[in-house]
Design a protein around this ligand. Structure first.
Ligand SMILES: [Zn+2]
Length: 257
């Protein structure tokens, strides 16, 4: 039997963990208000494969996604295993980004409110005016050529090109897309992109000008962040994601089932 067609229980442990983490990712994104209705997608490559990814079936609210619900699609957007609806933009945004972005093992696209609000501005730049923005100082791209809904592969390819080698794409008049080598890394970026955008929108709402951090300080602080990305041998993003999963566990959520 093809590995991707085995039952969830029979999958290797890494694949089982990836399912649980992606289900948790949906619950957490809903918890933080990153969802919009039942739209948008959060996907990750199936461990051991470079040409297939997990996707939640369309119609589920992110707050109810379970590990066993997840479908497997190939990079042509064809359903490989699982049962459920596949919404077109899942195929047309996520498959091309997984295919074209070497750093895109995990692809998270949301219409989270503050990053989306920034993307509505004539100048959508995430300003280096708050510490939480600094991780993106050289790692965010902007797409200011909104082109309607992604109803064919060319839109996903265009977005992957706009993303380039960066890990975050602010999609003007639309939302945000982040990628990561791992799911915890991508979620960390999604979380801090929204937090930094929130701080910027709140600061601008006072009507007073932003005080930008000087370049020399940005570079020093970024180097400090890089140097401190692990604590006691543990990656911060992994510790953060584990802590967030424990929060779900304490609330009795059934995402791992
Ligand atoms: Zn979208």
């Amino acid at each position: 039997m093809n590995a991707s067609l085995k039952s969830v229980a029979a999958e290797p442990e890494a694949q089982r963990r990836a399912r649980v983490d992606l289900a948790a990712c949906h619950r957490l994104a809903a918890h933080f208000g990153f969802n919009e209705g039942i739209d948008n997608h959060l996907t990750v490559l199936v461990p051991g494969f470079t040409d297939r990814f997990y996707l939640a079936p369309f119609g589920l609210h992110w707050s109810e996604v379970k590990a066993s619900d997840l479908l497997i699609l190939d990079l042509a957007g064809r359903l490989v295993s699982g049962q459920g609806l596949v919404e077109p933009t899942a195929k047309y945004i996520h498959a091309p980004v997984h295919r074209l972005s070497p750093q895109g093992n995990c692809v998270l696209h949301t219409h989270m409110p503050y990053a989306t609000a920034l993307g509505m501005l004539e100048n959508p730049r995430l300003e280096m005016a708050v510490q939480s923005a600094l991780m993106f100082h050289d790692d965010i791209a902007y797409d200011c050529n909104y082109n309607g809904l992604a109803h064919d592969e060319s839109e996903g390819e265009r977005l992957a090109l706009a993303l380039g080698s960066k890990s975050a794409l602010l999609m003007g008049n639309h939302g945000a897309l982040v990628v990561g080598r791992t799911l915890p890394q991508a979620f960390e970026r999604l979380y801090f992109l929204e937090r930094a955008a929130q701080a910027q929108v709140l600061a601008l709402s006072t009507g007073r000008p932003l005080r930008l951090i000087p370049d020399s300080v940005i570079k020093r602080a970024f180097a400090q962040m890089e140097g401190g990305s692990a604590v006691g041998g543990f990656e911060r993003e992994e510790l953060h994601f584990d802590a967030l999963k424990r929060m779900l566990d304490r609330a009795g959520m059934d995402y791992a089932s």
